[in-house]
Write a protein that binds this ligand. Structure first.
Ligand SMILES: C[S@@+](CC[C@H](N)C(=O)[O-])C[C@H]1O[C@@H](n2cnc3c(N)ncnc32)[C@H](O)[C@@H]1O
Length: 268
C-alpha cells in the first residue's frame, strides 16, 4: 500500500528527512546493516523506517539488487521516503501487525523506532514471524539520555522555559536504557544468539539553534505542544548559552551520540 498523506503530513516527513536525518540518523545504518549482515540479493524489511534512511542504505549496500521494504505508520514519512527512493516498496503499517507472510525476509532491521512501539513484545514476535528461518535481525536503540548529553541539556532548557511535559517528550527516545532487559524480549520471542553492542557516533547540526528549533517545531507538535513564535524565539535565545559547548569554530553544532545494536538470528 502506498501512503495517502495530507500536504501537512508530507511537509513534516520532508522536514524530518531534511533536518533530522543528515544531522542525527544517517550515521547509524552502517552499524545496523553490519549487525544483520545485509548483503546480496536479499529480501530486507526496515521497520519504523521513517523517511527511509536505513532502507535506502540497505538498497545501496546490496548494489540495488535487494528487494527492500520500508514500513512506518506515518503516511507523511512514507510519502517523503517514496519521493527520495521510488525503487523501494514503502508500506504504511505498524510493527505490532506486520502485513507480511511468515518467513518472508532474510533480514529484519530497524533503527530508533522500538521505543515508540505501543506493544513491544507483540512487535518483536511479529519480527520473528516474518523473518525466514536462518534469517538475521538488527535493531538500534538509543542508550540513556545521560549517555546522550546534548539531549539531557535540551530537556533541561525545555524544563525551565517551556514545561516538564515538553522536557519529557525529548527524553522519550532514550527510555529503553536497559539493553539486557530489551534483549530478553528477543530471546523470549524465539530468536537465538541474541546479543548487543554499544556504538558511538557524532551528530552534526548546522548550528546550536537548529538543534533546539527542530525539537520545538518538529517534535513537540507531535505531542500536541504548540509554541508561539515569541516563545520559540525566547527558548532559542535561552538555549544558546547552555548549548554553546557543542559549537565548533565553523559554527556547526557537533555532539556525541550513543546507542546499542541488538543482533539475533532466527533458528533454521
Ligand atoms: C525516530 S523515528 C526513526 C525513523 C528511521 N528509522 C530513522 O532512522 O530515521 C521513529 C519512527 O518510528 C515510527 N513508529 C512509531 N510507532 C511505530 C509502530 N508502532 N510501528 C512502527 N513504527 C512506528 C514513527 O512513525 C517514526 O517514523
Amino acid at each position: 500500500m502506498v501512503a495517502e498523506a495530507t500536504q501537512q503530513e508530507l511537509e513534516a516527513g520532508r522536514g524530518y528527512e531534511k533536518l533530522f536525518v543528515p544531522a542525527l540518523f544517517a550515521s547509524w545504518p552502517r552499524h545496523v546493516l553490519d549487525g544483520a549482515a545485509v548483503q546480496g540479493r536479499a529480501h530486507v524489511l526496515d521497520i519504523a523506517c521513517g523517511s527511509g534512511v536505513l532502507a535506502r542504505a540497505a538498497f545501496e549496500r546490496c548494489g540495488q539488487t535487494a528487494r527492500v521494504v520500508g514500513l512506518d505508520p506515518a503516511p507523511g514519512m512514507i510519502a517523503a521516503a517514496k519521493e527520495v527512493e521510488p525503487h523501494i516498496q514503502w508500506v504504511v503499517g505498524i510493527a505490532e501487525n506486520l502485513p507480511f507472510d511468515d518467513g518472508t525476509f532474510d533480514h529484519v532491521i530497524s533503527q530508533f523506532g522500538i521505543m515508540f512501539f505501543q506493544d513491544r513484545p507483540k512487535a518483536v514476535s511479529e519480527m520473528y514471524r516474518v523473518t525466514k528461518p536462518g534469517g538475521k535481525l538488527a535493531v538500534a536503540v538509543w542508550h540513556s539520555v545521560d549517555d546522550n548529553p546534548a539531549y539531557k541539556d535540551i530537556a533541561s532548557v525545555l524544563e525551565q522555559y517551556v514545561s516538564p511535559d515538553a522536557a519529557d517528550t525529548v527524553r522519550i527516545p532514550f527510555c529503553l536504557d536497559d539493553p539486557l532487559k530489551v534483549t530478553q524480549l528477543f530471546s523470549q520471542a524465539g530468536f537465538d544468539e541474541v546479543a548487543f553492542e554499544t556504538k558511538r557516533e557524532k551528530a552534526e547540526f548546522p548550528n546550536t539553534m537548529t538543534m533546539v528549533e527542530v525539537e520545538l517545531r518538529g517534535w513537540l507538535p507531535l505531542f500536541g505542544i504548540h509554541l508561539s513564535e515569541g516563545k520559540i524565539s525566547e527558548v532559542l535565545t535561552k538555549s544558546d548559552a547552555v548549548l554553546a559547548k557543542y559549537a565548533t569554530s565553523s559554527g556547526a553544532a557537533v555532539f556525541p551520540t550513543t546507542a546499542y545494536v541488538i543482533t539475533a538470528n532466527k533458528p533454521e
